[in-house]
Design a protein around this ligand. Structure first.
Ligand SMILES: NC(=O)c1ccc[n+]([C@@H]2O[C@H](COP(=O)([O-])OP(=O)(O)OC[C@H]3O[C@@H](n4cnc5c(N)ncnc54)[C@H](OP(=O)(O)O)[C@@H]3O)[C@@H](O)[C@H]2O)c1
Length: 249
């Protein structure tokens, strides 16, 4: 239990290098951290690093987006904390589109990882933030959700669903004083993009973490990170469909 002046952050998908960079920065400002994911060894190592770097406390907790039974203990753990409750969602999976094309049943897993699993847990946590009239939910989507393209449209569709969910959640939370920010990264140097062809303007995970903290402080609604992806995606969205459908971008 912490006192009312502290902030608690639940980080879903805390093995992501973007999430790890955010956790370190939150630790340095003294936050309490609940690091959630599937790889407990990795999460415990990050928790130890955060404790060393001034977190008021840091713990690992099991979370599997495809296993709703893992959600209840996380909600209970958050409820036990006083002060401001915050959530950052980094969960997502992007299997190669060709694998999904060969096994369409994989679509369910991608949608669970990148949209419905985290949304269902966030939905159970939203009333806690509303009751306290404070806190921020950060949802990491993707520029891939802005327009479906041949190379990753199942992942993109899941992210588009998540963006729409975040938009509605923001609309809901603003009534109580809590907030939701949608984060749309471009290409970031992480495990997800390791070895992929066609990457350009690749950002370091640390820059995404900095952008998230600025967005949280300024209560931004939707950010692209790095910022120039907003303009790249404006152009991509403006390409007329008869032309767009013939492109392989
Ligand atoms: N890298 C990019 O260029 C890029 C661009 C735009 C958006 N994004 C988004 O940024 C976020 C972080 O991705 P990343 O690039 O850092 O890649 P990553 O290392 O693969 O991170 C994905 C995270 O999601 C977790 N995850 C996947 N399926 C899960 C499940 N069923 N249950 C619980 N956790 C699950 C992974 O946990 P495990 O370690 O257990 O697999 C990992 O923590 C993702 O939402 C991704 O879509 C990335």
């Amino acid at each position: 239990m912490t006192d009312a002046t502290t902030e608690t952050w639940l980080i879903l998908g805390a093995t992501s290098s973007m999430a790890r960079a955010l956790a370190r920065k939150l630790a340095e400002r003294g936050a309490g951290l609940l690091l959630a994911g599937r790889d407990m060894d990795d999460l415990q190592a990050t928790a130890a690093d955060c404790s060393f770097h001034n977190a008021s406390w840091a713990e690992a907790i099991r979370f599997d987006a495809r296993d709703p039974e893992s959600f209840g203990p996380i909600v209970d753990r958050m409820q036990a904390e006083t002060g401001t409750l915050n959530v950052a969602v980094f969960v997502g999976s992007m299997p190669p589109q060709e694998e999904i094309d060969a096994q369409p049943e994989m679509i369910d897993g991608v949608v669970s990882d990148s949209f419905t699993g985290p949304a269902r847990l966030v939905h159970a946590l939203a009333p806690l933030l509303e009751a306290r009239g404070s806190g921020t939910i950060v949802g990491v989507g993707s520029v891939a959700g802005d327009r479906g393209r041949v190379g990753n449209y199942v992942y993109g569709a899941a992210k588009a669903g998540f963006h729409t969910y975040m938009s509605g959640l923001r609309n809901r939370l603003t009534r109580s004083g809590a907030h939701a920010v949608t984060v749309k990264p471009g290409f970031v140097d992480t495990a997800m993009t390791w070895g992929l062809d066609g990457m350009f303007l690749v950002a370091p995970p640390d820059a995404v973490a900095d952008a998230i903290l600025t967005a949280e402080r300024k209560r931004k609604n939707v950010i692209y990170t790095p910022f120039f992806w907003r303009y790249i995606m404006m152009i991509i969205r403006a390409v007329p469909e008869p032309i767009f459908k013939k492109l392989s971008i």
